[in-house]
Design a binder for this molecule. Structure first.
Ligand code: ZN
Length: 404
């Protein structure tokens, strides 16, 4: 079995904060040994063991592969006309009334064949990998029927297989009520639970629900999520984005892995999330595109809630695929520190996916590792990676020890 030594690492950010030095587990002049897809040794370059292959990271930052823990990137169609209409002053309610918005993405995604959808997802995953994202979560939610939700999840998994990134899939049948059920919401909730959920069970890791004004109520969300949890799916919730509904506390009561958005939480919500170990996933792309206010980060911080940052990549409210950019936006618009932003796109994002062995460089964990060149003229430090918008360029990307 061949072994790889990455040596003379100017700055190693392990994100292994309990055992590391400093908030990001920093080390200088470090070395990492990878064998059989895993990290097997971390230490000083001077005491590194000999390996079959050597790679110098002099002048670079070495850190875990990025984890984008909230995306909707299995879609077809375009919302560019809607974007233009909104820039010209048309409001989203009027756009919805003339059949635009999310329902237009549902029509286009239903019309796309599984191979065509797979190709689209593949293109998006390759772009993410090119920016150092080695693990992604992908939601369904533009099919809204057993057949088309399954098609989305299968397309996402097949595309990830081609590209080589790690993927986690989330069933989001409770994204919105499709046109054919608009007159009978209870019948749609029944369809999600009784028809869609059994159909997608083998192809999803998690279940999610969009609980908000105009989407699903807390009671509907609880029914749907509980049904998924009873069948073994981890729970995630789109919560407290547009209106305060009680979704965050419902997420905590279900032991959800993550509650996402959270623009409208209060201190009690934050305390409930902390007690449940539910990760707060913040989505600055959606906040930016919707012109929304930031979530109350100080409440999350003082309650001790783990914070992750994700792109929410989707064709309407967050056509924003760059996780580095999301980290920078989270610092600028939400008040996260550099350390919170970097943990948010690595270790805490992996925890939000129920995989605390990812998003860290730790002995025994999968070797998903980036060698990052700092922006030109900058020393290899953590702050520069967030300060310069979209700046890092990659010298090497490893997933499970294999280079991409
Ligand atoms: Zn979302």
């Amino acid at each position: 079995m061949s072994s790889l030594l990455v040596h003379d690492i100017s700055t190693l950010l392990t994100m292994d904060t309990p055992q590391g030095v400093g908030a990001l587990g920093e080390r200088t002049d470090a070395a990492v040994v990878v064998e059989d897809g895993r990290v097997v040794w971390i230490g000083d370059t001077a005491s590194a063991p000999s390996c079959d292959v050597r790679h110098s990271a002099d002048g670079m930052v070495v850190m875990p592969g990025l984890v984008d823990c909230h995306t909707h990137l299995a879609w077809a169609g375009s919302r560019a006309d809607e974007f233009r209409a909104r820039l010209n002053g048309e409001n989203y309610t009027d756009i919805l009334k003339r059949g635009g918005g999310i329902l237009s993405t549902v029509r286009a995604t239903r019309d796309a064949s599984e191979p065509a959808l797979t190709d689209l997802v593949e293109t998006r995953l390759r772009a993410a990998l090119g920016r150092g994202v080695t693990t992604l979560e992908v939601k369904s939610g533009y099919g809204l029927s057993a057949e088309h939700e399954l098609k989305q999840l299968r397309a996402a998994k097949a595309a990830a297989e081609r590209v080589g990134v790690r993927i986690f899939t989330t069933f989001l049948g409770a994204h919105t009520v499709p046109a054919e059920f608009r007159a009978d919401r209870p019948a749609y909730v029944d369809d999600v639970i009784n028809n869609q959920l059994p159909a997608i069970l083998d192809d999803a890791d998690f279940i999610d629900a969009y609980v908000d004004d105009g989407a699903f109520t807390v009671a509907e969300g609880r029914r749907i999520l509980s049904a998924g949890a009873a069948l073994g799916l981890g729970v995630r919730v789109h919560a407290e984005q547009v209106t305060k509904t009680g979704a965050a506390r419902m997420a905590a009561s279900l032991g959800a892995l993550s509650a996402d958005h959270l623009e409208r939480i209060d201190a009690e919500d934050a305390a409930a999330l902390a007690a449940a170990g539910t990760v707060a996933v913040l989505l600055p792309g959606a906040m930016l595109y919707l012109g929304d206010a930031p979530p109350p980060v100080p409440l999350l911080r003082s309650a001790g809630v783990k914070i992750a940052v994700a792109t929410d990549t989707n064709p309407g409210s967050s056509p924003f695929p760059d996780l580095w950019g999301a980290a920078t936006l989270a610092v600028l618009t939400m008040g996260l520190t550099v350390e919170e932003a970097l943990l948010g796109i690595t270790a805490n994002a992996a925890t939000a996916l129920g995989r605390p062995d990812l998003g860290r460089i730790q002995v025994g964990c999968p070797a998903d590792i980036l060698l990052v060149r700092p922006p030109a003229g900058e020393p290899p430090g953590a702050a520069q990676l967030v300060q310069h918008f979209g700046a890092p360029s990659l010298a090497l990307t490893l997933i499970g020890g294999a280079s991409f």
